[in-house]
Design a protein around this ligand. Structure first.
Ligand SMILES: Cc1cc2nc3c(=O)[nH]c(=O)nc-3n(C[C@H](O)[C@H](O)[C@H](O)COP(=O)(O)OP(=O)(O)OC[C@H]3O[C@@H](n4cnc5c(N)ncnc54)[C@H](O)[C@@H]3O)c2cc1C
Length: 390
């Protein structure tokens, strides 16, 4: 098979890239190791920054997002039962976030790609990338036990944290940064009307809790748990009791309901400081992971793609390689900012040491500063909705 851009991975990164290239008349083939049904039902992120929604609008893939997504103009921060609200629109000149499940984003993007004639090959696992230091790279992939080859001008490694693209980069061409946090998140989806109109992040002496939502009938909630904890230790009853304690504040009443998804996710920060080599370019989780506290994972993947698509389009349409050369540097500014914000949010809200310890008092001082300083609240709001220009 021959194409201009071979894309590995049909997650938010690969699917957005394909649509942007297709719109510019550039041919691509996308390989996805899982089935369409599997990727369309994989529950992950749900918070879309303003820039991400703007891009989906521009690509004309946001009709359902506007019908079913929930726009949030603020967020609640609780600390030891005291609640404050950060008003995004007031502090950021009208910018906001939209709550819309990643599996719905993926469904919309796959449909748009199929409708617009982009070739996505499902259940096709890329096994090897070769010759990417030349102008004729190749992707070897397997489907139904048979080996095939995609010959292309560029390879986009959008294959997530466990993919092959990052491993194909020469080890000496990047530095790796990694941080494992000493806690995990127990996340649930429940058929329960949200007990709040906007997300609640709560610090509690028993640990962090987050109340998020997916629709008017479905709530998404999380509890900080130990890294060695398992879902077997958490009956539905125990989960609701714990959420009710950790989220409690004046006038708050938790709605409960049937839990239909329960999983524990470790918290980690990871990144490499060079996302390209020759004609191989990495985007999204293939190059970086952030703890979910700041809601940045999916949004960073889409932000990388804006740089990558613009660089590839400039190469084909204007015969210019400048943007391709600068791709990593352009992406890294936003990635480091998001790493810092995600790390800040994680340390602000998770219980790390005994109540009344030095660490606890630092956390409390940070919370009180957000409460009293419009400058600090603005810093949080602009990072949370996503910085406009980097
Ligand atoms: C359990 C979980 C929960 C999360 N929760 C949140 C959250 O609450 N908030 C948040 O902001 N972010 C969250 N994230 C992160 C967010 O989902 C990711 O940042 C986002 O999916 C990144 O998109 P991507 O396209 O880069 O990668 P992915 O979505 O991982 O897509 C990569 C695709 O490549 C495919 N693939 C891999 N290897 C190959 C191969 N060899 N050949 C072909 N295809 C391949 C995979 O099947 C996958 O479909 C979560 C992630 C996980 C894993």
């Amino acid at each position: 098979m021959k194409t201009q851009v071979g894309i590995i991975g049909a997650g938010p990164a690969g699917l957005s890239l394909a649509l942007l290239l297709q719109r510019a008349g550039i041919d691509c083939i996308m390989l996805e190791s899982r089935s369409r049904e599997y990727v369309e039902s994989r529950v992950r992120a749900g918070l879309l920054e303003q820039n991400t929604v703007d891009l989906f609008n521009e690509l004309q893939v946001a009709d359902r997002l506007h019908k079913e997504g929930l726009q949030h103009h603020g967020v609640y921060f609780n600390f030891d039962g005291e609640s404050i609200r950060i008003p995004f629109d007031e502090l950021t000149g009208g910018r906001c976030i939209t709550i819309y499940g990643q599996q719905e984003v993926v469904k919309d993007l796959i449909k748009a790609n199929s409708d617009r004639g982009v070739k996505i090959i499902f259940e096709a696992t890329a096994a090897k990338i070769e010759d990417f230091e030349t102008t004729a790279p190749k992707i070897y992939f397997k489907q139904n036990g048979e080996e095939h080859i995609v010959e292309c001008d560029f390879v986009a490694g959008c294959d997530g944290y466990h993919g092959i693209a990052r491993k194909a980069l020469p080890a000496k061409c990047y530095n790796e940064f990694k941080k494992e946090y000493p806690f995990s998140w127990l996340g649930i989806l429940a058929n329960a009307a949200p007990s709040t109109d906007e997300l609640i992040y709560a610090f509690h002496e028993r640990g962090f809790a987050l109340h998020s939502l997916r629709s008017e009938k479905v709530s998404r909630l999380y509890l900080q748990v130990d890294n060695d904890d398992t879902t077997d230790n958490w009956s539905d009853k125990k989960i609701w009791e714990e959420l009710s304690i950790r989220l409690s504040s004046k006038g708050f009443m938790l709605h409960t309901g049937e839990i239909f998804e329960k999983a524990i996710t470790p918290m980690r920060s990871f990144m490499i400081d060079n996302m390209q080599y020759g004609r191989l370019f990495l985007a999204g989780d293939a190059a970086h992971i952030v703890p979910p506290t700041g809601g940045k994972g999916l949004n960073l993947a889409v932000a990388d793609i804006k740089w990558l698509s613009s660089a590839i389009i400039d190469f084909y349409n204007n015969n210019k390689e400048e943007k391709l050369k600068n791709y990593s540097a352009d992406c890294l500014r936003r990635i480091w900012r998001a790493q810092d914000f995600s790390n800040f949010m994680t340390y602000l809200f998770h219980k790390q040491a005994a109540h009344d310890s030095f660490e606890y008092h630092l956390q409390k001082a940070r919370f009180e500063y957000i409460q009293s300083s419009k400058a600090q609240a603005t810093t949080i709001a602009e990072n949370y909705v996503g910085l406009k220009d980097i």
